[in-house]
Ligand binder design. Structure first.
Ligand SMILES: Cc1ncc(C[n+]2csc(CCOP(=O)(O)OP(=O)(O)O)c2C)c(N)n1
Ligand code: SF4
Length: 275
């Protein structure tokens, strides 16, 4: 059987490891469709893309894409991506990462890459849990929810990565749920053509672990619930966007500005001479 994305997939590695109903595949296919669309229009060369992921269910994506890819240690995807871009600024570096990977163990890299407006696109798949390791608390886990490390309910308020990216200094910030894959694709297309630190949060579904913990083991019911709480809003600031699993999750493009990215500033201050 031939699929329209086969040329961007290592089909010999399929079937993939993700559970039925997992949202990660929806996000990955939105990314690959965006690449395909831009390549067709001559705006991007897939041979210049480097796809970097860390460890986690999300991290497995690096093994399936037919792009230059790296499956790096947990929490270090962004640090690795920064190294790749500094070594060869001609490359378009994309980090495809889990919420635990990026804002848990990798939180410091996130903060400083955004502060530097480093030239990288970060797509964070937020399933609100450490899924691969069986359901421990993530920084993004909603308050009150049972996890294997908070058996009496999570006492902590969750971290909102959109707001962190905004105050730290990103140039593009968006959030989309897996229930709106076309909006996500268009947003990735836009972000791929920009410089600086671009951050897209994908609200994903993990029926196997997170869903089971909150009483939505059925993938369809979980998707229906997600659809209910998502509110698409235009023109609001990232600081106004609500992130509350029990009430509403605001989605949309919250920031799209131009300012010099890190590579441009580096060249300016270090006065790099071309040989
Ligand atoms: C240094 C290090 N610490 C901990 C782990 C164990 N570990 C693997 S994946 C993971 C969390 C995964 O959660 P997330 O990044 O949100 O990805 P998901 O599986 O939910 O997609 C952890 C703690 C590890 N592999 N390496
Ligand atoms: S455990 Fe959750 S995140 Fe991991 S593959 Fe299964 S559904 Fe997806």
């Amino acid at each position: 059987m031939i699929h329209e994305l086969d040329d961007l997939l290592r089909t010999e590695r399929l079937p993939h490891v993700w559970c039925p109903g997992c949202g990660i595949g929806i996000a990955l296919s939105a990314f690959l469709r965006a690449v395909k669309m831009l390549a067709r229009r001559g705006k991007i060369d897939p041979k210049k893309i480097v796809f970097v992921s860390g460890i986690g269910c999300t991290g497995r994506a690096a093994g399936y894409v037919k792009l230059d890819a790296a499956h790096t240690p947990h929490g270090r995807a962004l640090a690795y991506a920064v190294g790749v871009k500094l070594a060869n600024p001609e490359l378009e570096v994309v980090v495809f990462t889990g919420d635990g990977d990026l804002v848990g163990i990798g939180g410091n890299h996130f903060l400083h890459a955004a502060r530097r407006n480093f030239d990288v696109l970060v797509i964070m798949i937020n399933n609100m849990i450490y899924a691969l390791t069986g359901g421990q608390l993530a920084p993004t886990t909603p308050q009150g929810v049972y996890t294997t490390t908070t058996p009496y309910g999570n006492p902590e308020p969750p971290l909102d990565a959109v707001k962190i990216a905004a105050v730290a200094g990103a140039t593009y910030i968006a959030r989309w749920p897996v229930t709106l894959p076309l909006m996500l694709q268009k947003s990735i297309e836009r972000a791929l053509l920009k410089k600086g630190f671009r951050f897209i949060e994908v609200i994903s579904t993990c029926p196997e672990i997170f869903g089971r913990h909150i009483g939505y083991r059925d993938p369809v019911e979980l998707l229906k619930y997600l659809r209910k709480i998502v509110r698409v809003r235009k023109g609001i600031s990232p600081l106004e966007a609500e992130y509350d699993w029990f009430k509403v999750i605001d989605c949309g493009v919250f920031l799209d500005i131009e300012k010099p990215g890190y590579i441009e500033l580096y060249n300016k201050y270090f006065k790099v001479e071309k040989k």
